[in-house]
Write a new protein. Structure first.
Length: 182
């Protein structure tokens, strides 16, 4: 039964054009988990760059967006539609992902391999250097540089930066559900 389901999924992907017959299906080497907020202007400004990074490294890196808090479905749908987001977005209502990675701001990115080894944490680049303050010209591409280093078999030269953005506010009285993020 399991083989039937796997073959069915493959055929659906093949027919929809998502899988090439010439290339075997492979799990992507890296995942960039990005904490975002639908109402954070800095998160909104970075979506275009995340889409660009996703297309640059589409065969090697998965971008996964996490929206912490009690975000309504229509807000998520509007965010995805307005910014034309084509990478997966997960709502983290119980802050399980936030707690797991100790995320503090949006946008904040965590670059990991399939064994959850953390290669890089922090800002996507150095465009913003303080709230409301940004450079005209980006001079450091932290996430891209980290991805390139790992794909070349090296540790990134910079493994941590401070994220500039909106603070993730967790309710202090809410008890953990005991669940772990997937």
């Amino acid at each position: 039964m399991r083989n039937f389901i796997a073959i069915s999924c493959f055929l659906v992907s093949l027919l929809s054009g998502r899988v090439s017959v010439a290339q075997p299906m492979q799990e992507k080497a890296l995942t960039a988990i990005v904490f975002l907020s639908v109402d954070c202007p800095i998160s909104q400004k970075y979506v275009g760059e995340l889409i660009r990074i996703d297309s640059l490294f589409s065969s090697k890196v998965s971008i996964k967006g996490i929206l912490p808090g009690n975000v309504k479905k229509e807000e998520v749908d509007n965010f995805i539609q307005e910014y034309r987001i084509d990478f997966p977005i997960t709502v983290d209502r119980d802050f399980l992902w936030v707690k797991k990675y100790k995320a503090t701001a949006t946008p904040e990115v965590f670059l990991l391999n399939n064994n959850d080894h953390l290669y890089y944490q922090g800002a996507i680049d150095n465009w913003f250097f303080d709230l409301g303050k940004y450079r005209q010209q980006i001079t450091e591409h932290y996430l891209i540089d980290a991805i390139n280093a790992v794909l070349e078999g090296r540790e990134p030269a910079i493994s941590h930066t401070e994220s500039v953005g909106c603070i993730i506010q967790q309710p202090s009285s809410k008890k953990s559900s005991g669940k772990r993020p997937g």
